[in-house]
Design a protein around this ligand. Sequence first.
Ligand SMILES: *Cc1c(COP(=O)(O)O)cnc(C)c1O
Length: 345
Amino acid sequence: MRFIDLRSDTVTHPTPAMREAMYQAEVGDDVFGEDPTVRHLEEMAAERMGKEAALFVASGTMGNLVALLTHCGRGDEVIVGDRSHTFLFEQGGMAALGGITPRPIPNQPDGTLRLEDIQDAIRSENVHFPRTRLVCLENTHNMCNGAPLTAEYTASVAQLARAYGLRIHLDGARVFNAAAALNCAVRDLVRDVDSVMFCLSKGLCAPVGSMLCGSADFIYEARRARKVLGGGMRQVGILAAAGIVALEQMTERLAEDHARARRLAEGLAEIPGVRVGPVYTNIFYFWLNDEVSISPEDFVARLKSQGVLVLGREDGRYRVVTHYWITDEDVETTIRAVRTVISGQ
Ligand SMILES: *Cc1c(COP(=O)(O)O)cnc(C)c1O
């Protein structure tokens, strides 16, 4: 049985073009800087982001951690959103491995941090205090309804950060989705940040990998940080080859995923007992009203028996994510399946 897998865009399998490129990839020892396919991918990524250099890393988590270890030293503090992936879902790696303190401030429902809240969190020079080094933003914002941050907002945070001598890192796991949603070039969205990580392995369908981009000096240091984390890989052009296809073929089509997410949300919202959150990109959340007496475990299991996979969250929300392998027909099938499960409660 083929499942309609809406749990995440990380479930995307590589496309046939990616498998072919992986098979054909020219490779070398990348720790020696001799893998031409990795070098090509790193140049492409830097160019797309409008940065001097880029580094291929195994995952988004590794990319964010490498960035934090490169920007900050032990005892430094980082201002992060309290709903950010880096704060919630990366095992506190910055503290555990880097001796860096996260300073969480509230994420607004649209994924932004208030400028006043950032300013209030910046430490003054005082023997009691850690030193604030960095502000982290997330675009699109996973836990805040997949909302995109605009270039203007990012510029306003950058201006504030610079006034205090701070740097900015962007967790841009889905920054190409943000560009599609805002109908702008991705480089406009990252112009004002010092570093950006984006994932090849989510909506862009590559099997493995993320890119960290920034200045040449930053990437030189980041390469050292990646190595100490065990992330120096060898004939990794096999993986980078899929990343090249991702950048060449998969970024311009993301608006299709967004349109399907909107259609799915509309269909679900028409079902009595279902409430749907805002839809900005390819991720959205929905809830069941109290009159629907079905436990979250049951709901997920019954949908699964209808061939549909969604992610049930501890806070009672369900998450759905559209992606390359979800068709218009899958969207309609999913709406029917939710209707069937709820009416058969
Ligand atoms: C998925 C994700 C990451 C981490 O990427 P992995 O490749 O899963 O380690 C980081 N930030 C955000 C916003 C994500 O959605």
